[in-house]
Every structure is written in structure tokens, then in C-alpha cells.
Design a protein around this ligand. Structure first.
Ligand code: ATP
Length: 245
């Protein structure tokens, strides 16, 4: 079976250790890959390359076998993307925004959209600027899932959600996977990646450091993969010093 998301040698450089360098990974339908990295590691840049918002300097990013940049209108219509930083039109109501997005995608059946609005207990008639952070995040989530996409690119998706809504979001991701969606999910919450993903890809300064079962790593390995061996050594020394004092 061909992977749904396929990345090979992907490079986008914004300067030394800024951007992504030689990334290679794939995600099949029904799989979820967790994307872990410190601030500035390159997670968002990768998602933006997959959405075709920017052109790679080298390597390939493909979804459904299509080049993500050359075929970006098709990719952007078919993929469910939840950006790490939502830029929503503040004067619109959530409902007007979601209807506009549906029409841009040529989506006529709005049943899933309404079901998601109810599921996340979102008041659709409130202007976006009046919504709390978590409620704005729900608008982004409904937008990403309402066309039942086969690919989900989720950049820190539970940011701002309360515990109940995090749980509902997790169930939604599992349901989408069970229907065959391929998921790439970036997060700083390791437990979320452990619960939702079969594999985790660690990136540090734009380079992938490890590809593994997220549940298989102990705390030292996680620190080392996120921050490098020197940071891991310092963290361990700090821990020993504190324990001895
Ligand atoms: N348009 C741009 N111009 C210049 N540098 C950029 C641009 N976009 C990203 N970068 C740089 O690329 C690197 C990776 O950024 P990215 O946003 O992918 O990090 P991230 O892993 O998503 O971090 P965070 O966890 O903080 O969201 C950073 O050093 C960032 O400053």
C-alpha cells in the first residue's frame, strides 16, 4: 500500500539550524505520526511545506502521490489543516466563517460541520473576536474536520482546549483514523502523542533525530532527542545536584 503522506529529503532553509533539513518519513491511511520537537525545531515549517504554502529548497513532499507545492489547490481542498497559530477573521461569526470555508472547498453537505459544532459545544453565532482562546481553537478544529478529509495535519491541536474538549478531540482523531485518515500531529504534550499516535518523529534544529514508538522512550531519551546530548547531560547533572542538596 502506498503511503498517503510521503516526505523524502525535504529541506527548507531559513539559515543554519533554522527550517527543516533532509526530513524523510511517511504516513499510511489509518496511521497517526506524532511530531515532537522543541520550540523552533521545524514542525510548523514541515506542515506548511505539506500544505504547499512554501516551496522546498530540496527533496519532495507528496500527499496522495501529488507534489504538495505544484498541486497545492488540490492538496489544500482535500487536506484538513489546523494551523498552530489560527488567523481567523475576527469580525465574522464562527458560522459565517465556516460557511465561507465550506463554499471555498465546494462542500455542499454541511451535516458534519453542524455535528462538530454541537459536539464541541461551540456557539456559532458569536463573533470570532468575542470567543475565548479555546473556543477559537474549536472553530479551527471544525474547519479542519468538517469535510471528512483523508489527511489531517494538526499543529498543536489541543492548545487552549479544556480537559473535556481534549478528550472529545482525541476521540475525533481516533474515529478519523478508524475511517482511514492519515494523521500528522505536532504536540508538546508527550502523553497526547502516546495516546493518539503509533509512531513519533523527533526533530531537533530542523533535523530528525529519532523515529520510534512514543511509548518506548524513557525520560532521558526524550530529553536527549528533543534538546540534544549536552542538554540531557546538564539536566541529569542538575537533577543529581538537587537531589544531593
Ligand atoms: N518565514 C520564515 N522566515 C524565517 N525563518 C522562519 C520562517 N518560518 C520559520 N522560520 C524559522 O524556522 C525554524 C522552525 O520554525 P517552526 O515554526 O517550524 O518551529 P516549530 O517546531 O513549529 O516551533 P514551536 O514549537 O515553537 O511552534 C525557526 O527557527 C523559525 O524562526
Amino acid at each position: 500500500m502506498e503511503p498517503v503522506i510521503s516526505v523524502e529529503g525535504l529541506t527548507k532553509s531559513y539559515g543554519p539550524a533554522r527550517g527543516v533539513f533532509d526530513l524523510s518519513f511517511s504516513v499510511h491511511g489509518g496511521e497517526a505520526l506524532g511530531f515532537l520537537g522543541a520550540n523552533g525545531a521545524g514542525k510548523t515549517v514541515t506542515m506548511r511545506l505539506l500544505m504547499g504554502f512554501v516551496r522546498a529548497h530540496a527533496g519532495e513532499a507528496r500527499i496522495f502521490g501529488l507534489d504538495c507545492f505544484d498541486e497545492r489547490p488540490t492538496i489544500q481542498r482535500r487536506v484538513g489543516y489546523l494551523p498552530g497559530e489560527l488567523a481567523l477573521p475576527s469580525d465574522m461569526t464562527a458560522q459565517a466563517f465556516l460557511h465561507m470555508q465550506a463554499s471555498l472547498r465546494g462542500l455542499h453537505d454541511l451535516e458534519t460541520m453542524h455535528a462538530l459544532i454541537d459536539y464541541f459545544e461551540l456557539n456559532p453565532s458569536v463573533r470570532i473576536r468575542e470567543l475565548s482562546k479555546g473556543n477559537k481553537q474549536k472553530v479551527g478544529i471544525v474547519n479542519a474536520f468538517m469535510h471528512a478529509p483523508d489527511v489531517l495535519l494538526l499543529d498543536e491541536p489541543t492548545s487552549g482546549l479544556d480537559l473535556l474538549m481534549q478528550r472529545r478531540f482525541a476521540d475525533l482523531v481516533q474515529e478519523s483514523r478508524s475511517k482511514g485518515a492519515a494523521v500528522l500531529l505536532s504536540s508538546h504534550v508527550l502523553g497526547e502523542v502516546e495516546r493518539l499516535c503509533d509512531q513519533a518523529l523527533f526533530v531537533r534544529q530542523g533535523r530528525q533525530t529519532r523515529f520510534c514508538d512514543p511509548a518506548a522512550l524513557d525520560a532521558d531519551a526524550i530529553v536527549e532527542n528533543l534538546y540534544g546530548p549536552e542538554a540531557a547531560r546538564l539536566a541529569w547533572n542538575d537533577f543529581k545536584t538537587r537531589r544531593a542538596s
